[in-house]
Design a protein around this ligand. Structure first.
Ligand code: FMN
Length: 324
C-alpha cells in the first residue's frame, strides 16, 4: 500500500474534482500535496463578497469537489481516509486525504464517478413527467449516505409555500446592486474558462413562473415551453451550520447530483432562500426538520445539454509545497 499520494495521482483526481458545481462557476478551490496527503483548500480570492459574505458557498463548492476527489481516488483503487478542517490555524484547508487500505471500488462509486462528466446544471423547463418513487428513494439515500437529509416537497401547498419564500429571498437579493453586479460580471457570452456561459442560463423569468431563477442571460423560451407545473423541489440540509457542516453538505450535494445524473434526471439549484438569513429560517421552520437547510434543487427530466467550462487543472494545483 502506498503510504502517500503522488503528484500524478493528485492531478488525475483533481481533474475530476474541478467538475463540481460552484456559485456562478467561480471554481473557488485549490489542491495540494503535503506530507503525502492531498489537501483541498478554498480559494478566498474567488469568494463573491455580496452573494456569499460568510463563505458558505466556498465551502459547499469545496465539499462538492472533495466528493469528486474521493470518488476519483476510490475508482483508481487508492481510496482515501478523510479528515475535515484538519488544521484549526488554517481554516482554508477544508480536508486532508491520506491513502486508506486499497480495495476495489464499489458499483455505486463506479456509477457515480462515471456520472461526473455528464452532470451539469439544467435551468431549462423539464418534462411534466413525475420522478418515480425508486429514483426519489435513491436521491434521499444519497444525501443520507453523506450524513445529511433531503426533504422532497410533496403536494402543491408545500411547493407553493416554498416558492413564496424563494421569491421573497430573490427580491431581497435583487434589490442589492452589488449582488446584481456580481452576477452580471460572472455571466459570459464568450468561451471563458469560468463564470456561467449565457447558453447555460435558463429562459428569462416570466410572470407565470412559480420558482425564481437567477438571471444568467439565457434565451427567451419557445412559445408554450413553460416550466413544469409541478416541479420536484428538494431541500438538502444537515445537522448544523458550522464550516465543517457546510463541507459535509457540499459532499452530500454532489452525491445527490451525481445520483440524479446516474438516474437520468436533470437538476438546477436555487440557493436564494439559503443566502437570505430570514428566508433560510422560514424554510427551516416550514420543514420541521432538525438542523439547517443548505441547498435547494429542482429535479426532473430535462432536455440534453452541455457541461460548462472549467479552468485548466494545473491552475488549481499548488505544487509549491515541498514534496517527499
Ligand atoms: C453554493 C451554490 C449555489 C448555487 N446557486 C445557484 C442558483 O441559485 N441558481 C442557479 O441557477 N445555479 C446555482 N448554482 C449552480 C452554479 O451556477 C453552477 O454549478 C455553475 O455555474 C457551474 O455549472 P454546472 O453546475 O453546470 O457545472 C449554485 C451552485 C452552488 C455550488
Amino acid at each position: 500500500m502506498d503510504a502517500y499520494y503522488t503528484v500524478s495521482q493528485l492531478r488525475a483526481a483533481a481533474a475530476d474534482a474541478i467538475r463540481a458545481p460552484s456559485l456562478h462557476n467561480t471554481q473557488p478551490w485549490q489542491f495540494r500535496l503535503r506530507d503525502g496527503g492531498i489537501e483541498v483548500l478554498v480559494d478566498p480570492s474567488r469568494r463573491l463578497p455580496a452573494t456569499d459574505p460568510n463563505g458558505w458557498g466556498l465551502r459547499i463548492a469545496a465539499g462538492a469537489a472533495l466528493f469528486n476527489l474521493r470518488l476519483a481516488l476510490a475508482v483508481a483503487e487508492t481510496p482515501a481516509a478523510v479528515r475535515l478542517r484538519p488544521y484549526p490555524a488554517e481554516p482554508d484547508v477544508v480536508a486532508r486525504l491520506v491513502p486508506d487500505v486499497p480495495r476495489r471500488p464499489t458499483p455505486i462509486e463506479q456509477a457515480l464517478h462515471a456520472a461526473i462528466p455528464r452532470r451539469f446544471s439544467n435551468r431549462a423547463p423539464f418534462q411534466p413527467d413525475p420522478v418515480p418513487a425508486d429514483a426519489r428513494w435513491r436521491l434521499t439515500e444519497a444525501a443520507r449516505a453523506e450524513e445529511c437529509w433531503l426533504e422532497l416537497l410533496i403536494g402543491t401547498s408545500a411547493v407553493n409555500a416554498f416558492a413564496e419564500i424563494a421569491r421573497g429571498a430573490h427580491r431581497v437579493l435583487e434589490r442589492n446592486p452589488s449582488y446584481r453586479a456580481e452576477r452580471e460580471k460572472w455571466v459570459h457570452d464568450d468561451e471563458a474558462p469560468d463564470g456561467v456561459p449565457a447558453t447555460a442560463g435558463g429562459p428569462p423569468f416570466e410572470p407565470q413562473d412559480l420558482l425564481p431563477a437567477r438571471a444568467f442571460g439565457g434565451r427567451e423560451r419557445a412559445p408554450g415551453r413553460d416550466f413544469e407545473p409541478e416541479p420536484l423541489v428538494a431541500v438538502l440540509g444537515g445537522p448544523g451550520n458550522t464550516a465543517v457542516d457546510q463541507v459535509i453538505a457540499g459532499q452530500a450535494l454532489q452525491r445527490t447530483l451525481l445520483t440524479a445524473t446516474d438516474a437520468g434526471l436533470s437538476v438546477s439549484m436555487l440557493s436564494q432562500p439559503i443566502e437570505v438569513p430570514s428566508a433560510r429560517e422560514q424554510l427551516r421552520l416550514s420543514l420541521g426538520r432538525y438542523g439547517t437547510p443548505q441547498m435547494v434543487m429542482r429535479i426532473g427530466y430535462g432536455q440534453p445539454g452541455w457541461p460548462t467550462p472549467r479552468r485548466d487543472v494545473d491552475e488549481v494545483l499548488d505544487l509549491t509545497v515541498p514534496q517527499l
